[in-house]
Unconditional design. Structure first.
Length: 256
């Protein structure tokens, strides 16, 4: 597949896994992975006149709505990587963007698909994507996953863990709400260290449902649905609104 990732539709970042991007196990953390996704997506959008400043001039901004990640193996500290992204289609109001992460041997480590909205700054309502479809170099022939990121179902299992956090100013991004990386960090922190010494995510799905703002008190709960499958919720304890929902399937850590 790697030889198909050429042309204007695609952007590549050459990456080095830094010490501040890994956890106790020297593996790339999921929040850092989402940071990679966010940075390359914004750069590619900017190159095609749909960047943060371009949308700001039109009174809008990009909002990440759904992500589905499949992980073969998380890279290690000091690994050199190649990350590719491209706009892979439109689904209703969602602009689709895919990602593939390879190591320097050309081995595929991570595949992901994401769904984005163009949101009006004042009304917080999504825009239609007519101009996007006409002007953005979409490539629907190459897909990272066989399915788009979907809706995560409500939890039905037994409560596994819960933690509470408060949204601080350092959690707020350029759009004035909680950065998507923070939600991923909070959900991962709901799993104890001893658990994560044995397991790593095989698949990670997240739906961003409402905006988190500075001062919000949030409850992060994880529910065990089956042996290695967990659904998580992030809720604003004051408004009772659910801010995000996740589904993680864990696998034993590979020593490869």
């Amino acid at each position: 597949m790697r030889n198909q990732l050429t042309g204007k539709s695609f952007l590549k970042h050459d990456l080095l896994v830094h010490s501040y991007e890994v956890g106790f196990n020297r593996r790339l953390s999921l929040p850092a992975l989402f940071g990679y996704f966010q940075e390359i997506a914004w750069e590619h959008a900017t190159q095609n006149d749909f960047g943060w400043e371009d949308l700001l001039d039109k009174g809008a901004f990009w909002a990440l709505s759904r992500v589905k990640v499949q992980i073969s193996r998380l890279p290690m500290w000091t690994d050199r990587l190649e990350l590719f992204t491209w706009p892979s289609g439109v689904d209703g109001l969602f602009a689709l963007r895919d990602f593939l992460l390879f190591n320097n041997k050309g081995e595929l480590l991570v595949s992901a698909s994401s769904s984005w909205l163009i949101v009006d700054i004042k009304t917080r309502r999504p825009h239609r994507l007519d101009t996007f479809k006409r002007n953005f170099p979409i490539n629907e022939q190459v897909r990272a996953l066989q399915v788009n990121a979907g809706k995560v179902p409500s939890p039905s299992g037994e409560l596994f863990s819960d933690i509470q956090v408060k949204v601080c100013q350092g959690d707020i991004d350029v759009n004035g709400h909680t950065n998507n990386m923070r939600y991923v960090e909070w959900v991962m922190n709901a799993f104890p260290l001893e658990f994560q010494k044995e397991f790593e995510p095989k698949t990670f799905e997240i739906n961003f449902l409402h905006e988190g703002m500075e001062g919000d008190q949030c409850l992060i709960q994880s529910y065990k649905e089956s042996l290695n499958s967990f659904v998580g919720t992030i809720s604003n304890t004051n408004s009772q609104k659910e801010l995000a929902r996740t589904h993680i399937v864990w696998q034993p850590i590979s020593n490869c």
